[in-house]
Design a protein around this ligand. Structure first.
Ligand code: ZN
Length: 331
């Protein structure tokens, strides 16, 4: 074994071969992603998959460890890959310069752990539903001003991000309004980012913890169970116990096997029914209703004209990685 790892080999339960055989995906190579990627590369993780669609901007440089003024305009994944190779040339790096939703699924599914250091709730929600569906542990970190948070999701064992209201519903709904969609089209995440206070000291705390939890999972050590909240101003870590929601639309075993029941008056207009679904399940304005492979569009028609009681239909939404299956009961 390389002398490079001598000091970590002294840690109880360490298994360098296991770390070397592992693949970790990092979704978002911003402040948290850079710190976590640096730490995992130095520890000798065999393969790091980097997924980010952004290019480097001047306002990133106060906190995003990997980037220099000369890198402005370059893709984050490209510059990150170069730095990782300098930190540890034994690491195999895969660069995916694209939105996570467009990344090849078989590449993502090869991950032993996925880390998300994202700053948009819609994308975080997609990653959560993907990791639960693919049965891959997820480590989700966030930061804001002097505050930070961390949650580890072990599919079918611990609560997923959708189980709690930790994905703030008002933010999702805001993102689902026409205004939200306009912002999304006209502005990049980096523009939105200008309104959020960030400092690098918090990214080192939370990014470091994300890497630590990833290494623990790779070493088969018990991961963090609670949602961990860090108040950097007070200097306090607060573990917040979480519970799985039995009717969670993403991780409930019931809804993975069976359709989600929904009621509607027979004479309700399809457009009102769609609005009911959107608000009940926090779906986006781009959601679509599919019935027997037909897409049902907003119309004056009544629910009872299209669906009969007991009919199964699906909702496809860009904030979720898989369609939701419903069964309708008409009143
Ligand atoms: Zn859940």
């Amino acid at each position: 074994m390389s002398e490079r790892y001598n000091r970590q080999l002294l840690i109880k339960h360490w298994n360098q071969e296991k770390i070397k055989q592992s693949t970790v995906s990092l979704v978002g190579l911003g402040a948290l992603g850079s710190v976590a990627a640096a730490s995992l590369a130095m520890a000798g993780v065999g393969t790091l998959i980097l997924i980010d669609m952004d290019t480097i901007e001047l306002s990133n440089l106060n906190r995003q460890l990997f980037y220099r003024a000369g890198d402005i305009g370059k893709p984050k994944v490209k510059v990150s890959a170069q730095i990782i190779q300098e930190l540890n040339s034994e690491v195999n790096v895969i660069e995916l310069f694209m939105p996570i939703e467009k990344a090849p699924r078989h590449v993502l599914e090869a991950s032993n752990v996925i880390l998300d250091g994202l700053d948009t709730f819609q994308t975080r929600r997609w990653v959560n539903s993907f990791t639960v569906g693919a049965n891959i542990p997820l480590i989700s970190g966030g930061m804001f001003s002097f505050l930070g948070n961390l949650q580890v999701v072990i599919p079918q064992k611990t609560p997923c991000l959708e189980c709690q209201s930790l994905i703030p519903e008002e933010k999702l709904q805001k993102a689902c309004t026409p205004f939200g969609d306009m912002r999304k089209e006209n502005q990049s995440d980096e523009d939105n980012d200008e309104y959020i206070p960030y400092v690098s000291s918090v990214s080192f705390v939370i990014g470091g913890l994300m890497a630590q939890e990833a290494l623990k999972i790779l070493l088969e050590l018990p991961p963090l169970e609670n949602y961990l909240f860090w108040d950097g101003e007070a200097g306090i870590f607060t573990p917040v116990p979480l519970e799985r929601r039995e009717d969670c639309i993403v991780c409930s075993p019931r809804y993975q096997l069976q359709a989600i029941p929904i009621r509607s008056p027979t004479d309700q207009q399809i457009s009102d029914f769609m609005t009911q679904l959107r608000y009940s399940f926090n779906l986006s304005s781009e959601m679509a209703l599919l019935h027997q492979t037909q897409k049902i569009t907003l119309s004056e028609e009544k629910v009872g004209d299209i669906l009969e009681s007991g009919a199964i239909f699906r909702i496809v939404d860009p904030t979720l990685s898989a369609p939701l299956k419903f069964v309708i009961n008409l009143d």
